[in-house]
Design a protein around this ligand. Structure first.
Ligand code: ADP
Ligand code: MG
Length: 564
């Protein structure tokens, strides 16, 4: 059915299209390249990546989540892999590198099966079955760790000791592990997590991570870091005549400027006499005084403002004995809302007593050469801040990431108190049991299950590689040990050897992380395997960039011009 001379255009100009096997191969290739980049950063002897963003800022890290976040990934299927990493990160806060590596391996094995003429739908089915079986196996081999009641002092101490072992494994590959303050960091992480933990009916705990704030302050050393029960703001009290310490604080959380807003357009006012100038300024002062009167009238003694506070308003606040802090980040405002039970108001006129937050003490204190505001003894006792000190921003950032990892680990164990041996041990065991189980599966799906088993053995293989060991020989030896029933045999990467019981070395991981890794990796791999058509529009870049910049400004609270 030819249409003479009229080309049928259903896609916009600049759109490219690949489909069928070609599309699948290109997608697999892109995903594998990303996995290839990440693989060398796995484990305690993983190497760092140096990432330079378009502004020239540098990040040095071996944290998988950070690497994929900072990389500007173009290819759509590689982006899917990034999504998998983010999903694991969001769920359990760990295991990103492993998820990407396993997804890459699943795709690599799938490609081989495709080349042998096995259809992608069969591979997808096989992978899904293998995943379900693997999750079952994980439950079978996981070791329970009874946490007890962390509200009882003696049980709390015991729980701490147990958690430290798991934490140690989580942090061993991080920068902090080489610093002599690891023990202190672990104590802070556990203390913060316990503070923010809520007991669930089944006796496990839910750690409210959003109650925990990490505040970084350059200067001093890591050993000067501390835990504060409450919220710490990297701000000073705005006016010298204000109180530095307020007990039984009634806090107004204001998301509105305490200043006369300058009009966006340039307006011209003709003033013909000095009286007019005075009248004009007096009117401004009157408005600000009214604001302050209103604030004082509901019983506020601390103002925390997301926007600016004008000099005149500061003066009136000081006269009323009200402490004030300005240009507080949105994320901090939200933390304060939760911690103090207050509500952020956007209009001062509407402020009422029930919007106020409460806490036992607000105080400005000296930290190094700077001043910070401490909001303590909050209405909600679960609010907690880890105040980090360190000599450089890079060190602080890397430590913050480690602490986040640590918090997630504690949360994961408290949520599902079961652990498995790391160092590739659990992967070897799951792979072995999967292979045995595969024999019960008829047809070509069996090949996919075997491929799945092989793919998860990538983890011990890479760990061996980072330790400078012979990969193949290591895998063979581990297979033998596991066949003999040594289910915790893995790679001791620190000493570059195969070790029969990783539990003895304290290389332990929450089972929930391993489950999430396998789920996300399988999901991504099967999603990519399902695609047989890629229709790509011509890129639009500028707009996206602008949007991101705008978002950043809002978060920093600098969207208004300031006259500091
Ligand atoms: P991910 O982003 O996947 O969490 P990591 O860099 O944190 O990647 O590495 C985690 C892997 O390193 C896990 O498989 C863990 O068992 C392993 N691992 C951690 N510490 C050790 C150790 N001391 N010896 C061997 N393997 C270890
Ligand atoms: Mg990790």
């Amino acid at each position: 059915m030819a249409m003479y001379g009229i080309p049928v255009l259903i896609l916009k100009e600049g759109t490219s299209r690949t489909h069928g096997k070609e599309a699948l191969k290109a997608n697999i290739m892109a995903a594998r390249i990303l996995a290839e980049i990440l693989r060398t950063s796995l484990g305690p002897r993983g190497l760092d990546k140096m990432l330079v963003d378009s502004f020239g800022d540098i990040t040095v890290t071996n944290d998988g989540a950070t690497i994929v976040k900072e990389m500007e990934i173009q290819h759509p299927s590689a982006k899917l892999l990034v999504e998998a990493a983010k999903a694991v990160d969001a769920e359990v806060g760990d295991g990103t590198t492993s998820a990407v590596v396993i997804a890459g391996a699943l795709l690599e094995k799938a490609e081989r099966l495709l080349d042998q003429g096995i259809h992608s739908t069969i591979i997808i089915e096989g992978y899904k079955k293998a995943l379900n079986k693997a999750l079952e196996i994980l439950d079978e081999i996981a070791i329970k760790i009874p946490i007890g009641d962390i509200e009882k002092p003696e049980e709390r101490e015991k729980a701490k000791e147990k958690l430290k072992k798991v934490l140690y494994a989580a942090l061993a590959s991080k920068y902090v592990a080489t610093s002599d303050v690891l023990d202190r960091i672990m104590d802070m992480v556990i203390e913060a997590a316990f503070t923010a933990a809520e007991k669930r009916p089944d006796g496990t705990y839910d750690v409210k991570l959003d109650m925990i704030k990490i505040e970084k302050k350059r200067g001093g050393s890591l050993a000067d870091s501390m835990i504060v029960h409450g919220v710490v703001l990297d701000k000073e009290v705005v006016h010298p005549a204000m109180p530095r310490r307020v007990e039984n604080a009634k806090i107004a959380l204001i998301d509105a400027p305490l200043e006369i807003e300058k009009p966006d357009i340039t307006a011209k006012i003709n003033i013909t006499s000095p009286e007019q100038i005075r009248a004009f300024l007096e009117e401004e002062a009157r408005i600000l005084r009214d604001y302050v009167e209103k604030i004082a009238s509901v019983g506020v003694n601390v103002v925390i403002c997301q926007k600016g506070i004008d000099d005149v308003a500061q003066h009136y606040l000081a006269k009323k004995g009200i402490m004030a802090v300005r240009r507080v980040k949105r994320s901090d405002m939200e933390k304060l809302e939760k911690a103090t039970g207050g509500r952020i108001v956007t209009s001062i006129r509407d402020l009422s007593e029930k919007d106020l937050g409460e806490c036992g003490l607000v105080e400005e204190r000296r930290v190094g050469n700077d001043k910070m505001v401490f909001v303590e003894r909050c209405k909600n006792p679960k609010a907690v801040t880890i105040l980090l000190r360190g000599s450089s921003d890079m060190l602080l950032d890397e430590t913050e990431r480690s602490i986040n990892d640590g918090l997630n680990t504690v949360r994961n164990v408290l949520r599902d108190p079961k652990i498995v041996p790391g160092g590739g041990a659990v992967e070897m065991e799951v792979a072995m049991r999967l292979r045995r189980w595969a024999e019960t599966i008829a047809g070509k799906e069996q090949l996919a299950v075997l491929a799945f088993a092989e793919a998860i053995e990538e983890i011990p293989a890479i760990l061996a590689q980072t330790a400078g060991m012979d990969t193949l020989a290591t895998i063979m030896e581990l297979r033998k040990l596991h066949a003999e029933g040594k289910s915790a045999a893995g790679v001791d990467v620190i000493n570059s050897r195969v070790y029969e019981n990783m539990v003895e070395l304290n290389v332990l991981e929450p089972v929930i992380v391993k489950k999430q890794i396998l789920k996300s990796a399988t999901e991504t791999a099967t999603t990519i395997l399902k695609i047989d058509d890629v229709i790509a529009a011509a890129p639009k870049k500028e707009e996206k960039k602008k949007e991101e910049e705008k978002k950043k400004e809002e978060e920093e609270g600098i969207s208004k011009p300031s006259f500091d």
